[in-house]
Design a protein around this ligand. Structure first.
Ligand code: ZN
Ligand code: ZN
Ligand code: FE
Length: 327
């Protein structure tokens, strides 16, 4: 029997998910893809598919290995770990999907957020995508992941705290204000349409870090209307396309959706957005989170976000005018 528990770090005041079953996880199995159509798990007749993670970090029947002791808190690792298979095609990135297919993916994210969020024990639904061997992706078939957590993770908690404080002091949304600042300066904006703005934030940590904010103040993907879903699909397609062109190399990246927690409290001060952390800083060169980044929690940004934004904006303009990139 495997163990699924969460352990409290009393120094950093955050949870760590501990699971003993994941050690057996296969690394890039040869010649067999569990996400292609027609396997035992996948079957046929689908366009987008949600599967249970076969090696879940969190489960609905968690077993703990020990009891809490003083500040060493242990809780059951209750939750859901799912895989969203984005296409029947075995290879590719988000930019290889059509806008129609991307909207289907976005709809599935919205449905899962709502369904999993309704479980009273789930406090936060994290939806994200890891891409590339360098990020540790064990299967190349295009897919995202969904983790439904029994707690609010650190990054979301910190954003909520800032948003709440800003709202109290200034009477408005901190994300709406960031949008205003980015649109005023325009220097870091790489693409915008009627519903979304795509930019390298003023405070980027990764060289080509991109954030996508909806212009409308909403808290989750499920609140997007049809037109906005199409506009978000365009932003996702354009961003990933530009990533893979800028160094003429496939870009390994992490994409994450930041949405309001689902613990039933009021988060109307929060603002849904997407964040991309690409890990290449140049062709063939990785940016590492090393001593100063991991050891201190302080990122160093080599170069200027503004000049990297100019580079990305140029790639996008060129590809759009060549009609290599159709949105
Ligand atoms: Zn496949
Ligand atoms: Zn807002
Ligand atoms: Fe965020």
């Amino acid at each position: 029997m495997s163990v699924n528990e969460i352990r409290w770090n009393p120094l950093l005041r955050e949870w760590i998910i501990v699971s003993s079953g994941r050690e057996r996880r296969p690394w890039r199995p040869k010649g067999y893809c569990p996400f292609c159509p027609g396997t035992e798990e996948t079957g046929f007749g689908w366009e987008v598919l949600v599967l249970e993670n076969r090696f879940p970090a969190l489960t609905q029947r968690p077993r703990i290995s020990r009891k809490s002791k003083s500040i060493y808190k242990v809780r059951p690792g209750y939750g859901y770990c799912k895989v969203l298979v984005e296409t029947t095609e075995h290879e590719g990135d988000l930019c290889d999907l059509s806008i129609t297919q991307l909207v289907k993916v976005i709809n599935t994210f919205a449905e899962e957020y709502e369904t999993l969020g309704r479980d009273p024990r789930i406090k936060c639904v994290m939806e994200f995508r890891n891409k590339g061997e360098a990020i540790g992706v064990s299967l190349t078939h295009p897919h995202s992941q969904i983790y439904a957590l029994p707690f609010i993770p650190t990054r979301i908690r910190r954003e909520l705290k800032s948003a709440k404080l800003f709202n109290k002091r200034k009477g408005k949304c901190i994300f709406c204000h960031i949008l205003e600042l980015e649109l005023e300066e325009k220097e870091r904006v790489i693409y915008e349409n009627s519903s979304f703005v795509t930019f390298i934030p003023f405070f980027a940590m990764w060289p080509l870090e991109v954030h996508i904010y909806p212009r409308r103040h909403i808290q989750a993907i499920s609140q997007l209307n049809q037109h906005e879903k199409v506009d978000l699909a365009k932003c996702l397609k354009i961003t990933t396309y530009a990533y893979n062109r800028i160094f003429e190399q496939d870009m390994p990246y992490i994409m994450v959706f930041h949405q309001a927690p689902t613990d039933g409290k009021d988060y109307s001060f929060y603002h849904f957005h997407v964040e991309f952390y690409p890990i290449l800083r140049d062709k063939g060169k990785l940016k590492y989170a090393a001593g100063i980044e991991w050891g201190a929690g302080t990122f160093t940004y080599d170069g200027l976000p503004e000049s990297n934004a100019t580079k990305l904006r140029r790639v996008i303009a060129k590809e759009l005018s060549n009609q290599n990139l159709e949105v």
